[in-house]
Design a protein around this ligand. Structure first.
Ligand code: IPM
Ligand code: MG
Length: 368
């Protein structure tokens, strides 16, 4: 029997509630398969900062280092509350970016999936959604503006200034391109390369490397698209996209937009993959305004479990079952509060009920 160690970082805000539902699914998967999971919880984010003075404390680092995979909930405080923490210790800069850097999780896969049965959740018209949306955003995760040199100060004229640099090496671009081409080869073989080479030199190099890597994948059709135009087409023609590859900051923004076209960021799980370690997290924030109310949608967190099964444990079939179970709950006419307004002809359910319904569906599915 395979035995995997999983670090569970529930995070802040709605993190603990949605993580609890994801853990239910992990336990059920363990029951249904010849596999055992050793789950170790650790503090990460603002909760860790308040308990230890560090948003990514040493003890958590050790647990993550020893884990085969990490399941991470959303982190962060409201804009106002964040001000109580020194900027470099805030959960994003003090925990999340160091985690991405430590494990060099350069490839971030963000599925944007809306089967046509769930089209009613989207703000887009049914004719735009057609047979359904099925995109994977491949976002470079450890380079660009996020990790470039930063400087803040006061210049000789007494003006406050800031400098942030967008840096990429050729090797960094090549490794994310290879991931995108590999994924595209296994799907529809249409790869949208998102760039801004009419302005940014980083995009000029990005596109050069893309052309070099493309030579190794003659079956993949590459479509180059400026990032601003991509934002428009995501709304107007989302079904024309299959795999999209882009640098870090573009990926941050377009993936939130993609959540918008689905109807909620609550439908956006993600996998952050490095050569030696991977962690899995929702693409959205910790939504402190709705924390503790049993209304958060745990789909993104349970979807992150499905991505973990697929990418870290080679359990593709069971992962498909988890996706199908979640989508089945929605297709049965249920909705969480982020996706529908009361009276929209759906049965509203809370965080725990959604998790329970996924458990119920998954337990009825044939074992792999
Ligand atoms: C995301 C988030 C993070 C990012 C934040 C929390 C730093 O928005 O994963 O998309 O900007 O990468
Ligand atoms: Mg983001």
């Amino acid at each position: 029997m395979k035995n995997y160690k999983i670090a569970i970082l529930a995070g802040d805000g709605i993190g603990p509630e949605i993580t609890a539902e994801a853990v239910k699914i992990l336990k059920l998967v363990e029951e249904r398969n010849d596999v055992s999971f050793e789950l170790t919880e650790a503090l990460f984010g603002a909760c860790a900062y308040f308990a230890t003075g560090d948003a990514f404390p040493k003890e958590t680092i050790e647990i993550c280092d020893a884990a085969d995979a990490i399941l991470k909930g959303p982190i962060g405080l409201s804009h106002e509350e964040s001000k109580n923490i020194p900027i470099d210790k805030q959960p994003e800069r003090g925990a999340l970016l160091p985690m991405r850097r430590r494990y060099n999780t350069y490839a971030n896969f963000r599925p944007v999936s809306l089967p046509k049965e769930l089209a009613h959740f989207s703000p887009l018209k049914a004719e735009i959604i057609g047979e359904g949306i099925d995109i994977v955003i491949v976002r470079e995760l450890v380079g660009g503006l996020y990790f470039g040199k930063k400087e803040m100060g006061v210049d000789e004229n007494g003006q406050r200034y800031v400098k942030e640099t967008l840096e990429y090496t050729e090797a960094q671009i090549r490794q994310i391109m290879l991931k995108a081409f590999e994924l595209s080869s296994s799907r529809k073989k249409v790869l949208h390369n998102i760039h801004k080479s009419n302005v940014l030199k980083s995009s000029v190099l990005w596109n050069e490397i893309m052309e070099e890597v493309a030579k190794g994948y003659p079956d993949v059709k590459v479509i180059n698209l400026l990032v601003d135009a991509a934002a428009t087409y995501l709304c107007l023609k989302p079904t024309e996209f299959d795999v999209m590859v882009m640098e870090n900051m573009f990926g941050d923004i377009l993936s939130d937009q993609a959540g918008g076209i689905l109807g909620s960021l609550g439908l956006m799980p993600s996998a952050c993959i490095g050569d030696d370690k991977a962690y899995y997290e929702p693409s959205h924030g910790s939504a402190p305004d709705i924390a503790g109310k049993n209304i958060a949608n745990p789909y993104s967190m349970i979807g992150s479990v499905a991505m973990m099964l697929e990418n870290s444990f080679d359990m593709q079939e069971e992962a498909k079952n988890v996706w199908a179970a979640m989508q089945g709950v929605f297709a049965d006419g249920f909705s969480t509060a982020d996706l529908s307004k009361p009276g929209a002809g759906v049965n509203m359910i809370g965080t725990v009920e959604f998790g329970d319904k996924v458990v119920e569906k998954l337990s009825k599915m044939p074992r792999v």
